[in-house]
Ligand binder design. Structure first.
Ligand code: MN
Length: 491
């Protein structure tokens, strides 16, 4: 399902105490607010006003329907009036979808002349939402709390941002990952518990033989390759005359896409150690698939492949870009420190600053023919890098804020796509924090998805979240990791 096909249900809490007139007013205002939020352009998905709930049954009914409706990606609740929260316990205990408590208020200002006890009885979200907040805390229910005036653009955008995280959760629950071959031999961080990941995140991670991919490649027609070559020409510059090599990448891409689509997989991994029967490691092929929304992970790294797909789903329709990435090497000049991210081939062109070039160069690793790949620089801007690791018994999501820059040198002999950035809080501290937390060398780099969205997503998936920011110190991080380790062992 695409972003626009998901909807969120608006459930407003109240009770019978105030009489039908107040309840009618609450319902009318809830519908008005829903229409205005949908018309604002700040929500990526439709908000649907469902009910002004006054009983345990009404709440349990709407939660049951939300749980069973694949189009419903989450619940947004609010208490215009006071809604005694014992009536919410059964519903919230059964809720299986992400929940946002929207602590807003119909009126922006206190009306000086008009305010009397009738006004107070109708407009009491300030304490209605606290009763609602208590039951969320008491039930230890994972939830997002967003406070502010519903017509305020910044508040609407925060709600929209949370919706994207919730779509990431819905996407995750359905995600299938295709592994071509196993993980690179002896590597630890790309391993993981596929049963735990499926139970927690929903990912179905399975293997298909490289031989089947080769058979599928053999069946690709020249006409299919011609059509994809036209697409390459429309989007990329050809900085090579070796069209046979580019056509071979097209053959690989078409075959991989056929296998992915036949199984409904939105992410895939492969490894240069298992290319039996293939002439080239897929480079351009994997890059162009990523540009279409598929997640990719090198060296059999199915976790980063899946995370790339999840972040791409969360940022659908946005234009900053999201890519599979690897920390490669540092520039340690004092006062001018940078990380250089790249991969042996496969960085997604969605992060390119300018039109990518197709080039053909030898690959020192993997014992195959020189592959075609896209070469480009990443653009400037604030971004995050994200790594999901398996701590044994639980998953940890590590997110670091970074500031991407135009690479400070041209690196004319570097034959791969590259992104250069300043890691927060500074390179040395950032590296110390990342390594202390156990973050992988592979990451997802995104200019679109925010750290707050990753925090929201981690809460929805019930996994640990570690955030390295401009304010992070190693001492505080170590303390948090120590306490977190204890807490997650008890959980
Ligand atoms: Mn790698």
């Amino acid at each position: 399902m695409s972003m626009k096909q998901y909807e969120f249900w608006f459930v407003v809490g109240s009770q019978f105490l105030y009489g039908p007139e107040v309840l009618d007013t609450v319902a009318a205002r809830a519908a008005e607010m829903t229409d205005a939020l949908n018309a604002s352009g700040n929500l990526p998905c439709r908000l649907v006003y469902k009910v002004t709930a006054k009983t345990n049954k009404e709440i349990s009914d709407v939660v049951r329907d939300a749980n069973h409706d694949p189009a419903c990606a989450g619940l947004v609740t609010w208490c215009h009036t006071f809604s005694p929260s014992k009536m919410w316990i059964n519903g919230l205990a059964a809720l299986q979808k992400p929940w946002c408590h929207f602590a807003t208020q119909y009126n922006r200002d206190i009306p000086n002349d008009e305010i009397d006890m009738d006004f107070m009885n109708l407009n009491q979200a300030a304490h209605g939402d606290r009763e609602h907040g208590f039951i969320g805390a008491r039930l230890r229910a994972p939830r997002k709390v967003i406070a502010g005036f519903w017509r305020d653009e910044a508040v609407q955008k925060r709600l929209g941002s949370w919706m994207r995280a919730a779509v990431g959760a819905a996407f995750s629950k359905e995600l299938k990952v295709m592994r071509f071959g196993d993980n690179m031999r002896e590597v630890a961080v790309t391993e993981g518990d596929k049963v735990e990941v499926q139970a927690k995140l929903g990912w179905q991670v399975n293997t298909w033989p490289v031989g089947q991919l080769v058979e599928t490649m053999d069946a690709v027609t020249d006409a299919e390759i011609d059509a994809l070559m036209d697409e390459y020409r429309a989007q990329y510059d050809f900085a090579t005359d070796d069209l046979d090599t580019v056509r071979y990448q097209a053959r690989e891409e078409i075959a991989m896409k056929k296998m992915l689509d036949a199984e409904g997989c939105m992410a895939f991994s492969n490894t240069f150690q298992d290319l039996y029967g293939m002439r080239q490691l897929p480079g351009l092929a994997s890059q162009h698939l990523m540009a279409q929304g598929y997640g990719y992970g090198g060296e059999g790294d199915w976790k980063v492949a899946a995370m790339t797909a999840v972040l791409k789903a969360m940022s659908e329709g946005q234009t900053g870009g999201t890519a599979f990435m690897e920390d490669y090497t540092y520039h340690l000049e004092p006062g001018n420190e940078y990380s250089l991210g790249a991969h042996m081939l496969e960085v997604c062109p969605s992060v390119a600053a300018a039109r990518p070039r197709i080039e053909v160069h030898p690959l020192g690793i993997g014992d195959r023919e020189p592959p075609a790949r896209l070469v480009f620089e990443g653009h400037e801007g604030s971004a995050i890098v994200v790594s999901l690791i398996d701590m044994g018994g639980r998953l940890r999501l590590i997110c670091q804020d970074i500031e991407c820059v135009k690479p400070i040198m041209e690196m004319p002999n570097l034959p791969v796509a590259r992104v250069m950035w300043r890691a927060m809080p500074d390179l040395a501290t950032g590296v110390e924090c990342w390594i202390t937390a156990g973050g992988a060398h592979h990451t997802v780099l995104s200019y679109d998805v925010t750290a707050e969205q990753m925090r929201d997503w981690a809460r929805m998936m019930d996994i640990e979240f570690v955030h390295i920011t401009k304010d992070t110190t190693l001492e505080a991080l170590e303390h948090d990791l120590f306490l977190s380790d204890l807490a997650w062992k008890l959980k």
